[in-house]
Design a protein around this ligand. Structure first.
Ligand code: ZN
Length: 269
């Protein structure tokens, strides 16, 4: 049986894909990645992601949002720009948005303001949210709790936490996005413990390419650049941790992503 996976976090507008994006898309398709959700991280990349999705509507959809790193530049005109993008058919979620206190590239108060504004944008547009959180769990959960009732669906993208954080996110009725962090023996331990406890109807998969190249690929690729074609490798790891077959995991995660992003059903070729 041929698997069909959806990469819910692919930074395909990244410069590192400029020279060979079509080859990257072809490799992903050949590997069984039938669709990708292209992540927008600021207004400019969200516009590029929307254009890319419009050029490949059967394979790509996109998100529109401002990453907490760029929150200091978020203003009314950016909000208008995101709102306009959300009217386009291939733009299926608001994000990535959230809080990142790891290096505070933007001041925390600016991050909270931009996060709340984007939650309100999602509520108004009736779109799900693609959420980023790093070293900011308490504030992140508190803000979400306040706005949760008005948001249709949310996914904690690149979830790296353990059991306790997972329980908090499930209590907020979030979906959980798992990346190749799970393939990292050094720092993925808590995540590996949590993965078997993610309900089957809440789990989705992502590469976060070009970031987070899985550390245990054999043979180790010459380039450090991650690609969506490695998603099946991540899926195999997640399936093994959960004691499931790759086929069952692929079917469940693809169903979840299709529903979450309200994508048209995949026509199997
Ligand atoms: Zn992120």
């Amino acid at each position: 049986m041929k698997i069909s996976l959806i990469d819910i976090g692919s930074n395909l507008t990244h410069d590192s894909f400029a020279a060979d994006r079509d080859a990257v898309l072809a490799r992903a398709r050949d590997a069984g990645v039938s669709r990708q959700i292209v992540t927008g991280a600021d207004l400019a990349s969200s516009q590029l992601a929307a254009d890319l999705a419009a050029a490949h509507p059967a394979v790509l959809a996109s998100t529109a949002g401002v990453h907490p790193h760029h929150a200091r530049s978020f203003d009314a005109s950016q909000r208008e720009g995101l709102a306009a993008l959300l009217l386009r058919p291939g733009v299926v979620a608001v994000g990535e948005c959230g809080l990142d206190y790891c290096r505070n590239f933007s001041p925390p108060d600016a991050q909270r303001t931009a996060f709340i504004a984007q939650l309100e944008l999602a509520a108004g547009a009736g779109k799900p949210v693609f959420l980023h959180q790093r070293d900011a769990h308490q504030d992140f959960a508190a803000i979400l709790e306040e706005h949760r009732a008005r948001i249709s669906r949310g996914v904690a993208h690149c979830f790296t936490g353990g059991r306790a954080q997972l329980e908090d996110y499930l209590a907020l009725d979030l979906y959980i996005g798992v990346t190749g962090w799970v393939n990292d023996e050094r720092r993925g331990g808590h995540l590996r413990e949590a993965v078997p406890h993610i309900p089957a109807d809440r789990l989705m998969l992502e590469t976060d390419a070009p970031y987070l190249l899985p550390r245990d690929l054999v043979p180790s690729p010459k380039s450090r650049r991650n690609e969506p074609c490695y998603l099946p490798h991540i899926a195999r790891t997640v399936a093994a941790l959960r004691g499931e077959s790759l086929e069952a995991l692929a079917a469940a995660t693809t169903r979840n992503a299709t529903r979450f992003f309200a994508l048209p059903e995949v026509r199997d070729s």
